[in-house]
Design a protein around this ligand. Structure first.
Ligand code: ATR
Length: 283
């Protein structure tokens, strides 16, 4: 006999390896409580070798999940195993959000949405010119951000990475408005940028604070970092010292969760100061 309360409970997961550090359960369970929804969102650690079996259980409905979030190292595999990846996931070759509909597993990627929504929220009007963006780093997060900036209509997006070939791959992937440059071009690109995004872990510690001359940036430029521990990274602190506008990266985490919550639980949540404080208390 099924427990009727159990059948009514909508369940979603975040899976990664490891996944203990994930703050997503706190975010989603806060919203579940706020809406009074009978639901549950929990972290499920799955080793790479077990990931295909885990997804099979989600697809068939056997595990009882409506869907969930996928984090490192499963984002590429999640995209490959989904029946219906959307255009964003297809172009990125990676998914962070999965949901079941009619026995099929759909996949999307909400990282780029989260990135833009955070800037819209923290720095209103930031994209008024949409001329040039400079993105430091060429990993998974950088990829989603470049896609989002291109789709938002930026005229030029420059990518600079320690390993140049990875920046070049992104430029080739995302089309003619995206250009790769070497570290030696950093100063030149900085001076023309309206937006500067750090997607690397550079500068998480005071000890490896990046050697970047923010004084050459245009006075109205916006600087943002996707790292949010600490909230004000040395990278952002240096930009602020030069009087530049800055936006921290915590909101990217909070906003990327919004579309998933709506897909699984049917309500669109709002990122409030209360939620920011709740998550900040853990940082
Ligand atoms: P994420 O998913 O967060 O983007 P990732 O895919 O591992 O993480 O990418 C990390 C990015 O940070 C890469 O662009 C990496 O540069 P390389 O491609 O040269 O490895 C960059 N990065 C990490 N540590 C760095 C450092 N100390 N100096 C410069 N770049 C660094």
């Amino acid at each position: 006999m099924h427990d009727s309360r159990e059948t009514l409970l909508t369940k979603a997961f975040v899976t990664g390896f490891p996944v203990k550090h994930s703050r997503s359960p706190k975010i989603h369970n806060h919203w579940l409580k706020e809406f009074g929804i009978a639901g549950d969102y929990s972290a499920v650690e799955v080793a790479p070798d077990d990931f295909a079996a885990f997804i099979a259980g989600v697809k068939s409905g056997a595990s009882g999940f409506s869907g969930g979030n996928v984090t490192i190292p499963h984002k590429e595999k999640a995209f490959q195993l989904a029946d219906q990846p959307d255009e964003l996931a297809l172009e990125l070759g990676a998914a962070n959000t999965l949901y079941r509909r009619d026995g099929q597993l759909f996949a999307t990627n909400t990282d780029g949405y989260g990135f833009l929504a955070n800037l819209d929220d923290r720095a209103p009007g930031w994209d008024s010119t949409k001329r040039q963006a400079l993105v430091l780093g060429a990993g998974g997060a950088s990829r989603a951000i470049i896609q989002a900036l291109r789709d938002r209509g930026f005229a030029e997006i420059h990518v600079i990475n320690r390993t140049h070939v990875k920046a070049q791959e992104l430029a080739d992937r995302f089309g003619e408005r995206v250009h790769a440059a070497g570290m030696d071009a950093l100063s030149e690109r900085l001076s023309g940028a309206d937006l500067f995004v750090n997607t690397t872990s550079l500068g998480m510690d005071e000890s490896d604070a990046p050697d970047i001359d923010f004084s050459i940036m245009a006075s109205g430029a916006l600087v943002t970092d996707i790292v949010y521990v600490p909230l004000e990274t040395p990278f952002l602190a240096k930009a602020k010292e030069q009087g530049l506008r800055t936006a921290d990266g915590l909101g990217m985490l909070l906003h990327q969760a919004v579309p998933g919550f709506e897909l699984w639980f049917g309500k669109r949540p709002i990122v409030t100061e209360e939620l920011r404080s709740l998550i900040l208390a853990d940082i």
